[in-house]
Ligand binder design. Structure first.
Ligand SMILES: Cc1cc2nc3c(=O)[nH]c(=O)nc-3n(C[C@H](O)[C@H](O)[C@H](O)COP(=O)(O)OP(=O)(O)OC[C@H]3O[C@@H](n4cnc5c(N)ncnc54)[C@H](O)[C@@H]3O)c2cc1C
Length: 432
C-alpha cells in the first residue's frame, strides 16, 4: 500500500507527544508505510513512574507488532490477580491469569513503564519514525489538505494528519474541546524497589495483589523478571476535600493507611515521597477528531487508573487508527490519496464508546473499592461469592471487541449493593 506522494522529507503524519500513546500510534502508522514524525516536548524520550499492568487486549497488539517476547523478557507474567480487604487482609476475589491467558489467547503481564516505552521507542527507530525532542506543540489548525501545528519556538509543521497524543493536560484538548480535568480527590504514590527489601513483608511475589479499603487501596506486583517489586498506594486526600491546593502530601499518606492490615502498612514506608500523582480524569467526550487533528490516548480519554487500562487504550487507539487508514488507503493506489476523513470517522466509531465505558467503569470501580461501613461488608459479600472463572467483568475489556466496530452497546450495570441482604451483612460483621 502506498500513501499519497509527499515532497521528500515531509511527513504523512505528525504526532504531538512521545509517550506510550504517541509512540504506539507512530509505530502502527509507520507499519502501514507512512512517514511519521513525533514531536516531543521533553529533552529526551522517557517515562516517569513505576509499573504498568498490561492486559491481554494489549499483549494481543504487542504480539502483532512482534514485540511481545521482548516485552515478556523485561516484565513478569503473574499467576493471579488477588483482591483482598485492606483492613483485615482477607481474600475477596481472584482471577486465575493462566486461565485468563487460555481464554483470551494472550498473557496478562506487568512491566516497568519505562521498559514498555523503551520497547516502543526502539521499534519506532527500527521502523524509521522521525523522533524529535525539544518540540513543544502549542497550537493546531486545519489547512486545505491537512493540519498544521505551531511550536513554542515559533516554527510550524504540516501534514495530512496530526495526532495529538499530548497526555492528560493536552494543549490540543484545551484548544479543540476546552474542558477541564476532573479531580477525584484521590492521590497515588508509587514505588519500585529491589525485591529483597520487601521479602519480609508477607508479599505474594507471583501475584498482582489489590488491597481495597475505606477511601484507599494498595496494589503490589513484581517487575523486571521478579527482581523488583512495584507498589501503588492510593487514598482520598482530606486536604483536597477541604479545598486546599497543596493536597496529597506525605503526611496524608501515612494517616490514610493507619487502619490497614500489616502487609499494607509494612509497604507504606517504602513509597517514594518526593512526588505523587493526583488522580484526575475527564468526562468522556464524543468528538475526538477535529478536521485532520485526532486526539489519542490520555488527550482523548484519560481514565482514573482503577481498571489499569489508560496506556492500553492509548496503544489500542494507534492500532485502530492504522487499521482504519489501511482500510481506506485503497484510493492512494489510484493517485487520489488515502481517504483520511473516512478513516478518522471509523477511528471514532470504533473507539469512543469503548473508552467511555472504561472511563465510567473506572469511576464506578473506585467507588466500589473505597466503600466503608456496612457498604464495605456488602461489597465483600458479593466479591467473595464471585466464581473465580466468571469473566463477565473482563470479556468486554480483555477480548478483541475494543478493536472492532461490532462492539455491543455499553451496558455497565453497577453491582447492586442494596440487594445484598441483612443476613449477608450480619455474616460479614461477625467475620470482621
Ligand atoms: C498511578 C497510575 C497507574 C497507572 N497504571 C496503569 C496501568 O497499570 N495500565 C495502564 O494501561 N495504564 C496505567 N496508567 C495510565 C497510563 O499511565 C496513561 O494512561 C498513559 O501513560 C497515557 O499515555 P499517553 O501517551 O496518552 O500520555 P502521556 O504518557 O502523558 O504522554 C504524553 C507525552 O506528550 C508529551 N507532551 C505533552 N504536552 C506536549 C506538547 N505540548 N508538545 C509536545 N509534547 C507534549 C509529554 O511530555 C509526554 O511525553 C496509570 C497511571 C497512573 C497515574
Amino acid at each position: 500500500m502506498s500513501p499519497e506522494p509527499r515532497p521528500a522529507g515531509q511527513p504523512d503524519v505528525l504526532v504531538a507527544g512521545g509517550g506510550i500513546g504517541g509512540l504506539g500510534a507512530a509505530l502502527a502508522l509507520s507499519r502501514q508505510g507512512l512517514r511519521v514524525r513525533v514531536l516531543e516536548q521533553a529533552a529526551a524520550f522517557g517515562e516517569v513512574g513505576a509499573g504498568l499492568q498490561i492486559a491481554p487486549n494489549c499483549t494481543r497488539i504487542l504480539a502483532e507488532y512482534g514485540l511481545l517476547e521482548e516485552a515478556k523478557s523485561l516484565g513478569v507474567v503473574p499467576e493471579n490477580i488477588v483482591m483482598r480487604d485492606a483492613l483485615d487482609g482477607r481474600e475477596l476475589s481472584r482471577l486465575d491469569l493462566r486461565d485468563l491467558e487460555r481464554r483470551y489467547g494472550f498473557p496478562y503481564m506487568v512491566m516497568h513503564r519505562s521498559d514498555l516505552h523503551g520497547v516502543l521507542l526502539r521499534a519506532c527507530e527500527r521502523a524509521g519514525v522521525q523522533l524529535l525532542t525539544d518540540r513543544t506543540v502549542t497550537g493546531y489548525e486545519n489547512t486545505a489538505d491537512g493540519a498544521l501545528v505551531r511550536l513554542a519556538d515559533g516554527t510550524t509543521e504540516q501534514a495530512p494528519l496530526v495526532v495529538a497524543a499530548d497526555g492528560l493536560h493536552s494543549a490540543a484538548r484545551l484548544g479543540l474541546v476546552g474542558d477541564d480535568v476532573v479531580s477525584s480527590d484521590y492521590v497515588a504514590y508509587r514505588a519500585a524497589v529491589p525485591i529483597e527489601q520487601v521479602r519480609g513483608n508477607d508479599i505474594a511475589e507471583k501475584d498482582v495483589t489489590v488491597h481495597i479499603g475505606p477511601h484507599c487501596h494498595f496494589v503490589q506486583y513484581a517487575l523486571r523478571g521478579g527482581e523488583m517489586f512495584n507498589q501503588v498506594a492510593v487514598f482520598r486526600s482530606p486536604k483536597a476535600l477541604a479545598g486546599r491546593d497543596d493536597w496529597g502530601t506525605p503526611d496524608e499518606l501515612d494517616a490514610a493507611f493507619e487502619r490497614t492490615c500489616d502487609t499494607v502498612r509494612d509497604g507504606i514506608p517504602l513509597m517514594w515521597r518526593d512526588r505523587w500523582w493526583q488522580m484526575l480524569d475527564r468526562d468522556p467526550i464524543d468528538t475526538w477528531v477535529h478536521g485532520r487533528v485526532a486526539l489519542l490516548g490520555d488527550a482523548a480519554h484519560p481514565p482514573l487508573q482503577y481498571m489499569a487500562q489508560g496506556a492500553i487504550m492509548a496503544i489500542e487507539d494507534g492500532w485502530v487508527l492504522a487499521k482504519q487508514y489501511a482500510a481506506h488507503a485503497a484510493a492512494a493506489a489510484s493517485g487520489a490519496g488515502p481517504d483520511w476523513d473516512a478513516a478518522l470517522a471509523e477511528y471514532e466509531a470504533v473507539r469512543v464508546e469503548h473508552c467511555r465505558r472504561v472511563q465510567t467503569t473506572a469511576r464506578a470501580w473506585g467507588e466500589l473499592w473505597h466503600l466503608d461501613g456496612d457498604d464495605r461488608l456488602r461489597r465483600n459479600a458479593i466479591l467473595t461469592a464471585r466464581d473465580t472463572h466468571d469473566y463477565s467483568f473482563t470479556d468486554w475489556v480483555y477480548g478483541p471487541t475494543a478493536l472492532t466496530p461490532d462492539e455491543e452497546p455499553p451496558m455497565f450495570t453497577p453491582i447492586p449493593l442494596a440487594s445484598v441482604g441483612a443476613a449477608h451483612v450480619a455474616a460479614e460483621v461477625s467475620r470482621a
